[in-house]
Ligand binder design. Sequence first.
Ligand SMILES: [Zn+2]
Length: 210
Amino acid sequence: MPAGHGRTFTVRAGQTVKVIDVEGQQAADFVAVCDADTTEKLSPVHTRRALQSLFFKVGDSLVSNRGRPMLQVLEDTVAVHDANVPACDSTRFSVDFNVDGHRNCLANMHEGLALFGISPQAVPDPFNLFQNGPVTPDGRMQVTDPTSVAGDYITLLALCDLVCAVSSCPQDIIPGNGLRVTPIEVEICTPAERGGCSFPDSLRKALVCC
Ligand SMILES: [Zn+2]
């Protein structure tokens, strides 16, 4: 997707979603809902509870607002992502930066999700891939530039049929994207395209959503 824009796409159970930071230091907001019931959606807050962690890593499952696994992290060349802050939206720019009409992740993701009947208010909170949001020892949250370099990626395995949306974060006023908004690439692969890697039995048992 072009710099500062979003895309919405469907993914079937067993397919993988590889999100690539093409040029480096670019946050990519990621949301997903169940294709069969869009009221079940990927939930950072439920995932944090399930993982007992503010962050996630390879092997972790990301769960829905009903506590069910929706995606599993298969690969990650960065290991620095955020699951704690909302998508930037029009209010973030108009209230915090006095800029009206700025592109934003919520609008980028809603643009396509609207075709699936999802209102702006129903767009899930995101997992902010490549976003660098460290938490200090005294509990304060920060947002700074990503550590990702060109070509870094994270691969997520879909555990059920999903509608996903990704936004190349248009934030160019404060650090968060290296003050330079750049494209994000998404590759969707079947198990065969991944080299015949079969769907693990351990994950098949997790195919419970929708
Ligand atoms: Zn954003």
